[in-house]
Design a binder for this molecule. Structure first.
Ligand SMILES: [Mg+2]
Ligand SMILES: [Zn+2]
Length: 192
C-alpha cells in the first residue's frame, strides 16, 4: 500500500499540471530548530531566552543547502507553549529574531511549522507524528518528498522522518550521525 503521505503528495500534485510538465518540483531540507539550527536549553530556561544562538556550522550549512537547490522548512515541537514554559508571544518574538539573523546572512527559508501543543494533548503534529510534514505538503503541493530529507538531533526527529518515509540525517543521533549542519552540504551535493 502506498504511504499515506506520498499518496497525499500525489493527490495534491495533480492540481498543478503546469509544474508537473516543467518538472518544477521542490526539494526540501526539513530542519528541526532547537539543537539542530540553534542552541537548545532545558525547558525551564527557555522563558529567559530572548534571541537565538546559532550552532556551529548551521549558517554555512543552510547557505550550502540553498546553493544546492534545497528550500528550507523548519519543523519544531514547541510544547513549551502548551505547557506554559513560554507564551506564544515569546515564541513569536524569538522567531522574529531568528528570521532577522537568517536574513542578515542572506538565508531565506521557505516556512516554519510548529506544534504548540502540550505533550498530554496527544496531537497529530508533535514529532514523531507527521502532522507538521503534512501541513507543509498541503501548503506546498510541489514538494517532492523523495528528493527531500529531514535533519534533527532527537529520536523524535528520526522517528518522524521514518514515519514520513523521508531520508534522515541525525546530528549526534542515529546509526550514522553527523556533527552539524555544515556536514550536510557534502552529503547532499551529490544528490543534485
Ligand atoms: Mg532538537
Ligand atoms: Zn501539535
Amino acid at each position: 500500500m502506498m504511504n499515506p503521505l506520498y499518496a497525499l503528495c500525489v493527490r495534491l500534485r495533480r492540481k498543478s499540471a503546469v509544474e508537473r510538465i516543467t518538472g518544477n518540483f521542490m526539494k526540501i531540507a526539513f530542519l528541526d530548530r532547537d539543537g539542530t539550527v540553534v542552541r537548545d536549553y532545558p525547558d525551564q530556561d527557555w522563558a529567559n531566552i530572548k534571541s537565538p544562538e546559532f550552532l556551529t556550522g548551521s549558517i554555512n550549512g543552510m547557505q550550502d543547502l540553498i546553493k544546492n537547490g534545497f528550500e528550507i522548512i523548519i519543523v519544531t515541537n514547541q510544547y513549551l507553549i502548551g505547557e506554559g514554559f513560554i507564551t506564544i508571544e515569546q515564541y513569536e518574538a524569538f522567531t522574529e529574531e531568528f528570521l532577522k539573523i537568517l536574513e542578515a546572512n542572506h538565508i531565506k527559508i521557505l516556512d516554519i511549522f510548529f506544534c504548540p501543543h502540550s505533550r498530554k494533548e496527544r496531537c497529530c503534529c508533535r514529532k514523531p507524528e507527521i502532522g507538521l510534514i503534512e501541513q507543509a505538503v498541503n501548503k506546498y503541493p510541489d514538494i517532492d518528498l523523495s528528493s527531500s530529507f529531514f535533519c534533527g538531533d532527537s529520536i523524535c526527529d528520526m522517528e518522524c522522518a521514518e514515519n514520513a518515509k523521508i531520508k534522515f540525517y541525525g546530528i549526534h543521533v542515529g546509526s550514522d550521525p553527523i556533527s552539524n549542519l555544515s556536514d550536510l552540504a557534502d552529503i547532499v551535493s551529490g544528490q543534485r
